[in-house]
Design a protein. Structure first.
Length: 392
């Protein structure tokens, strides 16, 4: 008999009654150090006082009014994002997938309104993940995601990860945009090679192609900059954001330059919930925290500390791990065993991690994790690795 919850997930036998900072706690009191943060969502950890206050304060005023009216909380968050980034304008969504939908529409509409309606193709990369809508699975092209779901939305060209020459030769007079994650998440914490974003930006400028970045997982402070592309010193035309921006409240956004967004006039796009007062009040509290003086410096310092300890872990368990990769607090352990075995052994030892493609276990702790919890996390992972490696 089919379960009452549609069984599209293989769920771990864990369920949490509450969270405190970097810890999740089961009803019987068993504690787990959370290095998954709900897949890079709980940027400020669980039950952060500032987010609880922002949510409850807004909850007692007004939750939802729809985008038929002006929403001061939405305006405030949009202004903050415009101030803090390359963007001139923001549209709020409820998820990363919906941000992908709009990014694709916006890129195509830009060319349509620029007198080049034939420019509809979007170049994407092997291992990418942009969500689960019809457009997002077509963007990925992965057989696992598209098989059985009928005609695949046209206009996506899939390229290897990552070869700038392949990008160059794939650009034609039909190309609308290049869509890329600066640091792949689901794909296995795979960073773009050094210089790749700069080269992509230059290529896009030469050819009139839009650069669309998916920072749904790597954005909002995760890599130690507010957005990961800042490390490369270039800016996109359009950017997808979600996950961390809501700190656990479902919130996403598309950020764009005025030029890239020029086709998106009244009536061209919409969302009933997107940018509602409740979500935007929480999002503003998250953003205030992450852009607060010294916060990102701490993410970088803690990322360095975790990485250093993980290098030690890899050295002590060469039969389990191959290497550490990633940036800031978006780190991956490349495994020599099945990542699912490492994740399961982590559960048994009270630490939560998330598997990814390319034989990687992801570590995406709350950006607020303490030094003490980092030390504890690596001790627990050490026990887990010893069990997986057969010497525990
Ligand atoms: C999670 C993710 C998405 C999809 O976001 P949802 O909120 O699950 O729809 C898109 N792109 C990237 C890079 C992601 O990590």
């Amino acid at each position: 008999m089919i379960p009452s919850v549609l069984p599209t997930y293989n769920r771990a036998p864990l369920s949490f009654a509450r969270g405190e900072g970097s810890w999740l706690i089961e009803a019987d009191g068993r504690r787990f150090l959370d290095l998954g943060a709900g897949i890079a969502v709980n940027a400020l950890g669980h039950a952060h006082p500032a987010l609880v206050a922002a949510l409850t304060e807004q909850a007692s005023k007004v939750w939802h009014v729809s985008n038929l009216y002006k929403i001061p909380e939405q305006q405030r968050l949009a202004d903050k994002l415009v101030d803090a980034t390359f963007a001139d304008t923001v549209f709020f969504t409820n998820s990363g997938t919906e941000a992908c939908e709009l990014a694709v529409k916006m890129a195509r509409k830009y060319h349509y309104d620029s007198g080049a309606p034939e420019r509809v193709e979007i170049l994407t990369f092997e291992g990418c993940f942009h969500g689960r809508s019809s457009a997002a699975i077509a963007a990925s092209g992965s057989e696992k995601m598209v098989k059985g779901f009928g005609p695949i939305l046209e206009g996506f060209v899939h390229l290897p990860w990552f070869d700038i020459e392949a990008v160059k030769s794939a650009i034609t007079d039909k190309t609308a945009a290049v869509l890329v994650e600066p640091l792949q998440g689901e794909g296995g914490i795979r960073p773009l090679p050094e210089g790749a974003l700069k080269a992509l930006r230059a290529l896009c400028d030469e050819t009139g192609v839009l650069l669309v970045l998916d920072e749904v997982q790597c954005g909002v402070g995760r890599t130690g900059k507010l957005f990961a592309h800042e490390w490369a010193g270039v800016t996109p035309d359009i950017m997808m954001v979600a996950k961390g921006i809501g700190g656990g409240f479902p919130l996403g956004a598309v950020l764009a330059t005025e030029e890239a967004a020029k086709g998106m006039v009244a009536g061209t796009h919409g969302s009933t919930y997107g940018g509602n007062p409740l979500g935007c009040a929480v999002g503003a509290a998250v953003l205030d925290h992450i852009t607060d003086h010294g916060f990102l410096a701490e993410v970088n310092r803690k990322g360095g500390l975790l990485r250093q300890k993980l290098e030690g872990l890899v050295a002590s368990h060469p039969e389990v791990f191959e290497s550490v990769r990633g940036q800031g607090l978006m780190l991956g352990l490349k495994c020599k065993v099945a990542p699912a075995d490492v994740v399961a052994a982590g559960y048994a030892n009270g630490v939560i991690t998330v598997p990814a493609a390319d034989n990687v276990v992801r570590l995406l702790p709350p950006l607020t994790i303490s030094d003490e919890d980092i030390a504890t996390a690596v001790e627990l992972l050490d026990k887990a690795a010893a069990q997986v490696g057969g010497d525990g």
